[in-house]
Design a protein around this ligand. Structure first.
Ligand code: ASP
Length: 718
């Protein structure tokens, strides 16, 4: 009863306009127009033009898109970049081996020359973001294909103009579900090197158990450095490159936070869906999340078991396991939160209100009259495909030999479609070989064998026969639906699970290799499954997505029109945003109240010697015992993490968390369990972002690792 009451109360507060204020991932160039008074009221002490300016140096010049999907921040005049351990994890894993196990032991470059190049890793700065919507007129009358073509043509021209004669790149992106267009000009650096990382026992402390949870004690950070040419411009890796001199880097404040302090998160949130229909939410809850969670639960059981079997397998699968489990756990929390909040019903109420508003006006009826029934019809018609698509993506592609074979197949198709062009052929061929070497570096055949049996069986049970290829059905019949037998036979007869044989094949002439591949049973099975997906599932999904995009665009326009006085932020789409809020604990359940901060003492309380997730390095235990905390101590311990009401999502990982003066106080790394549904529905009473306190980061760099040279290049304020 009481629990329900608390929840009910939290939602009443949630619906009041004041409480909603923390929601939002705002466009930095619109802060002046939309947010400045409120930010000041909440405590911001600097002018908003210092946060974003297209003409003058501003805080945005120290925020980078790190790789494809994380954020990083520049913290020294020599391009030193701070991000999460889980964002650098792939790189740390990539450079780890049994001889140099950086995952286990951590890594600290002693000098600049020890910093490790990371081919393929990029750091992208935002130069400016301009609203170019006025260039995109007359689109409404076009059908979806014609509209997309027109958008592409206008965008290409704008992008070309913005990047001509300079070293920038430019891209037009759509916001508010395609109702607004913004040209984003960027500068991308391609020589980014690994500088330092704590051992996983610190950087991933708490593992899957603590992930997406509060209270949290993970030292989730790693350090990189951006390198540039002699004239400080982006350049491909070269030993002669120099540390990049940024336009701005964050000074670091050791002052820490108190409850209710203003905080700001500046970064690249990946994807939110705040304005979608009840139908979409229902599909997430009843189709996508359960499907994906079920497959990944099995995948993780098999991976975890394999990883426990040897240190080598542990290194090989560490990054893969993390990425599978991170989303798996989030979806679980998200479903729990959305169900608890009765999110679908809430959306339905909004839709009823919307329809009432539509009915009041004939122009509105013309535009929005059929919207809700169109949504209903679209989802009813396509749910079988949405369902099957999940299992192709998660179960079929979760089998490594099949995903590897289908990647090879794509290269071979590209090869076959470009006969005679030796330049292209050479490139495809080299990339096939490079891909194969990468794949086998982290491949453990017995693990994949078990995975194949398990996932193909799940696929078979979950997808109707009408949505499977005939080849799969006859293979199943040949083995009497015994998928262990099927997997064993497949592995005994394919050469694609053997590194030496595969490379030998790819080293032969393309013609011979293609002939061999076409006769390989794993290649054949992957081709059949992916061929079927391409022919039957993908077209349905593409048509569905195009129609959905159109309906979502119309619904978004309707919501904007219906509430002209309301400030709307666009859904996250991997572009630069500002979230702001207050340091604050929360009530998680009946009689469960969480404080805002964790400390090193709490790390020690969780310590379990020899445990996979909660073990700690002896040196950290010693430092704690001797209270050797240097200047980072507060009340005889080290602050580790704190929570605040900032609205964040994946992609905000690694984002700078700033105080009211724009100084760095921490690095964003996660959200709390009760609030993981915030991508779809934000409740400021319980949604919190988790920040790694900069003082724990500095303590680890300085006292634990003794990497003084790094601390010395930062600007640290008391
Ligand atoms: N830890 C999260 C992630 O990895 C960050 C977030 O979503 O809040 O995606």
């Amino acid at each position: 009863m009481k629990k329900q009451l608390i929840l009910a109360l939290s939602w009443i507060v949630f619906l009041s306009p004041i409480a909603r204020a923390d929601e939002g991932m705002w466009l930095p160039q619109l802060l002046q127009q939309l947010n400045a008074p409120e930010m000041r009221l909440k405590g911001l002490q600097i002018p908003v033009e210092e946060i974003y300016s297209a003409n003058k140096n501003s805080l945005k010049d120290a925020v980078v898109l790190f790789g494809g999907g994380c954020t990083g921040e520049i913290i020294s005049g020599q391009g030193l970049l701070l991000t999460n351990h889980h964002c650098g994890f792939g790189q740390i894993q990539e450079h780890s081996s049994l001889e140099h196990n950086y995952l286990r032991d951590g890594f600290w470059a002693k000098e600049l020359t020890d910093e490790i190049p990371c081919p393929g890793l990029t750091a992208t700065f935002i130069i400016r973001m301009d609203d170019v919507s006025s260039e995109f007129t007359g689109l409404d009358a076009l059908d979806e294909n014609a509209r997309n073509e027109r958008i592409k043509a206008i965008s290409t021209a704008l992008e070309k103009k913005a990047s001509e004669g300079n070293r920038y790149e430019a891209k037009v992106r759509q916001f508010y579900a395609g109702n607004t267009f913004i040209l984003i000009v960027t500068e991308t650096f391609r020589d980014v090197r690994l500088v330092g990382a704590p051992p996983s026992s610190i950087g991933k402390f708490g593992g899957d158990t603590d992930n997406w949870m509060w209270p949290r004690h993970t030292g989730d950070f790693s350090l990189f450095r951006v390198y540039a040419s002699a004239d400080n411009a982006p350049a491909a890796y070269s030993p002669s490159n120099r540390p990049f001199k940024p336009r701005h880097f964050f000074p670091i404040s050791l002052a820490g936070v108190q409850p209710e302090d203003f905080t700001l998160v500046y970064g690249f949130p990946g994807r939110t869906q705040q304005y979608v229909s009840s139908f979409q939410l229902k599909t997430t809850l009843e189709v996508n999340n359960p499907n994906r969670i079920a497959v990944r639960t099995r995948r993780l059981e098999i991976m975890d078991k394999g990883m426990r079997s040897s240190e080598k397998v542990h290194i090989q699968y560490a990054a893969k396991q993390s990425s599978v489990s991170n989303a798996w756990k989030k979806w679980k929390g998200e479903s729990k939160g959305l169900n608890g909040a009765k999110a679908v019903q809430r959306k339905r109420v909004q839709e009823v209100e919307f329809q009432g508003w539509v009915l009041k006006d004939t122009a509105r009826q013309r535009r929005y009259g059929s919207l809700i029934t169109d949504y209903a019809e679209l989802y009813t018609r396509n749910t079988p495909y949405l369902h099957a698509n999940d299992f192709y993506a998660e179960a079929v592609m979760g089998v490594e030999v099949l995903s590897f074979a289908s990647a090879l197949r794509q290269l071979m198709d590209a090869y076959a479609s470009t006969p005679g062009d030796t330049a292209i052929l050479g490139k495809e061929w080299r990339s096939a070989r490079a891909m194969a070497s990468d794949h086998f570096k982290d491949y453990h055949r017995p693990l994949d064998l078990e995975m194949t049996a398990a996932l193909l069986s799940i696929f078979d049970q979950s997808v109707p026969d009408s949505l499977k290829p005939a080849e799969f059905l006859s293979l199943r019949a040949r083995h009497n639906a015994d998928f262990s037998a099927l997997a064993n036979q497949l592995f005994a007869s394919t050469f694609l699970v053997d590194s030496a044989k595969t490379l030998k094949c790819l080293n032969a002439s393309p013609k011979t290799a293609i002939g061999k591949l076409h006769n390989d049973p794993a290649y054949q099975l992957a081709s059949a499954l992916m061929g079927f997906h391409k022919a039957r599932i993908a077209p349905a999904m593409n048509a569905f997505n195009a129609r959905l995009a159109r309906l979502n665009r119309i619904y978004m326009a309707g919501q904007l029109e219906m509430q002209p006085e309301k400030k709307f932020y666009p859904d996250a789409n991997g572009t630069l945003r500002v979230a702001y809020g207050q340091v604050r604990g929360y009530d998680a359940a009946d009689a469960v109240r969480y404080g805002y901060q964790t400390t090193l003492d709490g790390v020690m309380e969780k310590y379990k010697a020899g445990d996979e997730e909660f073990d700690l390095p002896a040196r950290l235990i010693d430092l704690h015992r001797s209270r050797d905390f240097g200047r980072y101590a507060v009340n005889g311990t080290i602050p580790v993490s704190f929570i605040a009401t900032n609205h964040t999502t994946g992609g905000n990982s690694g984002s700078p968390v700033l105080n009211a003066k724009g100084q760095l106080i921490g690095t964003n790394y996660d959200r709390v369990w009760e609030g993981t549904m915030s991508d779809l529905l934000f409740n400021p009473e319980i949604c919190r972002n988790i920040t790694l306190d900069i003082r724990y980061t500095l303590f680890i760099i300085d006292k634990f690792a003794g990497a003084r040279r790094l601390v010395d290049e930062m600007d640290i304020l008391p």
